[in-house]
Design a protein around this ligand. Structure first.
Ligand SMILES: Cc1cc2nc3c(=O)[nH]c(=O)nc-3n(C[C@H](O)[C@H](O)[C@H](O)COP(=O)(O)OP(=O)(O)OC[C@H]3O[C@@H](n4cnc5c(N)ncnc54)[C@H](O)[C@@H]3O)c2cc1C
Length: 377
């Protein structure tokens, strides 16, 4: 089988690796570099605890969490991309979290009943875990500690998948080439058209173009309805903070990003950022993030914003994943989703099970692109 995967983000790289490993002849095409899309501008928390409603979405994300752990800690022992110091979440931030709204009962109880490691912590425990946090910013009802959670350096992960697939499984990598259309014959995808006019043929095309997925296809019939949102991340200068955990607080979400630098973001601030906003340290949203971070951890006074990146989240219209065959075209498969960092490694294996081995993956059953297009006529 000859396959083309468009997009070398965390998802496309995972798919290309696994399909090539399964014996297919794979070409991975990216307009830019490996891992340079949204995967490079992500909070990258590998978790299922923020996806508890609907339950099927939790199950899908949990499959993502487990697969990343297995890949990073067993298959690629000694790998350097998955960091798991734990994540701390103030409870009000949990109530605001996407998908938490309708779950019955206390979040910690729900998660624990599903086997997700989560503990309630009080101000004293927080002070032991993160001494730089000002206790005055902490809420009386306590916080949730996810001791096994962490984040992924997604470009590093994607790079390893791609390099390993080239070395071991003959993956062909085409960088700096934009796909402008699908090549279609008799109602089936049979390849892609590049911006330079060249065509590449294959038996199956996988569109992992993320937020740009609709620019890959070249015809409205093959698009997906998307509801993208803007995300701004600010990176601080190096500091002497002892912060170790990922933090999800009502003020700011922040975590270490190497050499004492912190990565900062906040959902409510994201909503105020225009997509064409300047990604510069002086950006008012970035300065607001810094102000809030210093309120959370006064020891950071004097630290500055060093860089800002703005990304658009690849989100299908109903907010859930769209992974599977596109109903308008045979041999054409799409993978557009938020939480793609969490799910990337699992999607690689799931797509391979479906496309190469013909085995339907139950975790994907509720997330098919077909749901957007009504019953077939
Ligand atoms: C601020 C923010 C915070 C986030 N936080 C989290 C989080 O905590 N946890 C989590 O799991 N997820 C999080 N996400 C979401 C996650 O980052 C994305 O779901 C994920 O990175 C998507 O990966 P992808 O491989 O689909 O897309 P991308 O990484 O964008 O890769 C798509 C690739 O396709 C290429 N491409 C596009 N069009 C073409 C074309 N026409 N021809 C050739 N190549 C093309 C691009 O160059 C790019 O490299 C966050 C996102 C944002 C923006």
């Amino acid at each position: 089988m000859k396959a083309i995967v468009v997009g070398a983000g965390v998802i496309g790289s995972s798919i290309a690796y696994r399909i090539a490993e399964a014996g297919a002849e794979v070409t991975l095409i990216d307009a830019n570099r490996v891992g340079a899309g949204t995967s490079a501008t992500s909070y990258a928390w590998v978790n299922a605890c923020e996806k508890i409603n609907p339950r099927a979405y939790y199950t899908l994300n949990m499959a993502g969490v487990r697969t990343h752990r297995r890949v990073a800690e067993e298959e690629f022992k000694g790998s350097n991309w998955l960091h798991r110091p734990g994540v701390i979440q103030w409870q009000s931030a949990g109530a605001e979290a996407e998908g938490f709204g309708d779950a019955e009962g206390d979040k910690v109880d729900v998660l624990r009943s599903w086997g997700y490691p989560a503990e309630r912590i009080d101000a004293k425990q927080l002070a032991e875990l993160e001494p730089d946090v000002d206790p005055a910013t902490f809420e009386q009802e306590g916080a949730i500690y996810y001791p096994e959670d962490g984040w992924l350096d997604a470009p590093v992960y994607a790079g390893t998948m791609v390099r390993t697939a080239i070395a071991r499984h003959g993956l062909k990598l085409l960088l700096g080439h934009k796909v402008t259309a699908l090549l279609v014959r008799n109602g089936a995808a049979c390849g892609v058209v590049l911006q330079n006019g060249e065509t590449i043929e294959a038996d199956v095309v996988v569109n992992s173009g993320g937020r740009w997925a609709n620019e890959v296809v070249g015809a409205p019939d093959f698009e997906l309805p998307l509801a993208p949102t803007v995300g701004l991340i600010a990176y601080t200068t190096s500091s002497d903070t002892s912060l170790r955990h990922g933090m999800r607080t009502p003020l700011v979400n922040c975590r270490p990003d190497g050499a004492g630098r912190l990565l900062l973001r906040a959902n409510d601030i994201d909503k105020t950022v225009p997509a064409d906003s300047d990604p510069v340290p002086a950006n008012p949203a970035a300065q607001k993030l810094l102000e809030r971070t210093i309120k959370l951890m006064p020891a950071l006074k004097g630290v500055a914003v060093e860089a800002v990146r703005i990304a658009i989240r690849p989100i299908p219209a109903d907010g859930l994943s769209a992974i599977g065959p596109h109903p308008a075209l045979k041999n054409y498969y799409v993978t557009v989703t938020h939480s793609g960092v969490t799910m990337g490694a699992f999607i690689g294996e799931a797509v391979t099970a479906e496309l190469v081995h013909g085995r339907q993956v139950p975790e994907l059953a509720e997330f098919r692109p077909a749901r957007f297009f009504g019953p077939a006529v």
